[in-house]
Design a binder for this molecule. Structure first.
Ligand code: ATP
Length: 241
């Protein structure tokens, strides 16, 4: 797919705005998601956060909560939690509802197209945030090489997932290495840099939370892993019972 309005190369320019993009199934959203966005929004001093709930992800089985429920959970989880503006971008859910497969490369391309002409796009840094599990999968994503021309990519360490490049496909490892730099580089250009945050170890996963809720109901552990308002909502809707 042609990227009409993305800048031609990641040469240093005057970045006016940086946007943190964080996608996921959010089935359910958990404290790890909130903590991750808070951490990176502050660390990278972004101006805005876009949360992207996935449609029906092609690499996972079906989702338990509906799209509406996942959006509502995101609203409840992030309400008053960030010091910068955030929005919930529903484009992947809308594409899935129209039975159009949803891919991150299309989402980022759409965002750049929405911003219009090349000049304004050159001034906007898009920073895609993923966890270490998705770092491992990245080379299976549709047109993954193109993502390096649309956004920076930052990876959060996660227990159980190595950040070593030598176990990953060589083309991906080479491109990653070439793009890898200092955190300050993310503010110098609008796309094309990568950065690994190795200092995180939040042992939380939506799969584990779902399993525990299904098997044991709300325990002290699950209630500590899900924002309070989300827990109340889960209960009222009977999701994961
Ligand atoms: P599941 O267990 O079903 O895979 P999840 O906990 O990974 O779910 P998702 O909604 O799939 O939740 O994740 C959204 C994004 O957040 C992904 O990029 C994922 O890697 C990242 N992420 C989720 N939890 C963590 C965590 N504890 N540490 C680091 N990254 C995480």
């Amino acid at each position: 797919m042609g990227v009409k309005s993305a800048p031609a190369n990641p040469a240093a320019i005057n970045i006016q705005r940086s946007v943190l993009v964080f996608g996921g199934s959010f089935d359910p959203v958990h404290q790890g998601h909130v903590a991750l966005v808070q951490h990176f929004a502050k660390l990278l001093k972004v101006d805005e956060v876009r949360l992207i709930p996935a449609g029906q992800p092609w690499q996972k089985g079906g989702l338990k909560a509906t799209a509406e429920q996942r959006i509502k959970m995101l609203e409840l989880a992030f309400d008053e939690q960030l010091s910068v503006p955030y929005s919930i971008d529903q484009q992947e859910i809308e594409r899935a509802a129209a039975q159009i497969p949803s891919y991150t490369v299309d989402t980022l391309t759409n965002m750049r197209s929405q911003w219009g002409n090349a000049q304004s796009n050159e001034e906007i840094a898009l920073i895609l945030l993923i966890g270490a599990d998705q770092f491992h999968n990245f080379a299976t994503w549709k047109n993954w090489q193109q993502i390096f021309k649309l956004a920076h990519i930052v990876v959060a360490a996660r227990p159980g997932y190595s950040l070593q490049l030598d176990t990953l496909p060589s083309e991906f490892a080479a491109l990653w290495q070439q793009a890898n730099g200092a955190i300050e580089d993310l503010k110098q250009c609008s796309f094309g840099k990568t950065w690994l945050e190795t200092d995180l170890a939040w042992d939380i996963s939506a799969t584990r939370i779902r399993d525990e809720l299904q098997q044991q109901g709300q325990t002290r552990e699950t209630t500590s892993l899900i924002p309070r308002k989300v827990l109340d909502y889960l209960q009222s809707q009977g999701i994961y019972n």
